[in-house]
Design a protein around this ligand. Sequence first.
Ligand code: GTP
Length: 237
Amino acid sequence: MGNPKYKRIMLKLSGEALAGTNGFGIDFDVVNRISQEIKEVVDLGVQVAAVVGGGNIWRGRDGRSMDRTTSDYMGMLATCINALTLQDSLERMGVITRVQTAIEMREIAEPFIRRKAVRHLEKGRVVIFAAGSGNPYFSTDTAAALRAAEIEAEVILLAKKVDGVYDSDPRINKDAKKFDKLSFYEVLEKDLKVMDSTATSLCKDNDIPIIVFALDEPGNIKRALCGENIGTLVGNL
Ligand code: GTP
């Protein structure tokens, strides 16, 4: 499989990734499998930061009849539940972790302090960033891009249900074509929805490449990290 190409990575997991096939809540078998994969990567000496979404519990857009900001704050709380779940699972496997939240809840976890997060990473701890960016109207993709820039991660691994970026939805169009590589410009111009446009622009402006790949396939985090062509690479090409 080769050696890891990156020393410090940001892993973005969607909330749905933790739900398994039932689409809602937390599937502990799935969480443990993801943790096992993260452990393998940590064991290679790679510094791992993670941002987890919250869509398996609550999505901002679920609250259609609600005040948008209230609904978004509920989504941020959902990411905290997922972050603690991942922390627990990783620590059961002997991986040392720290959770940092964008909204202070000191009894539960550390607040986000950039320099402390970097220090944790340097010590080989997995740092899980929770509560998104702490702001409504921003997605957890944007939080992942922001934190990746702040901690100087070399790449964002964007774990999805599909195995890359296609020119149309592969679940609907069987002739959909997968891209091996894409520029940020193309993603924005073609409105390809890899991440939302705020997150994509942040990565573009800060030159942080994104590898989009499927999480379902065991071993894929390590493969993506070792430069195997398993998904779509988005960058300033
Ligand atoms: P270093 O000693 O700097 O390497 O890092 P450390 O995280 O081990 O030190 P610290 O003494 O800050 O933290 C010890 C434990 O307390 C860790 O599990 C932290 O996650 C936790 N901790 C630190 N600050 C807070 C906080 O504000 N709230 C909560 N809930 N836990 C915290």
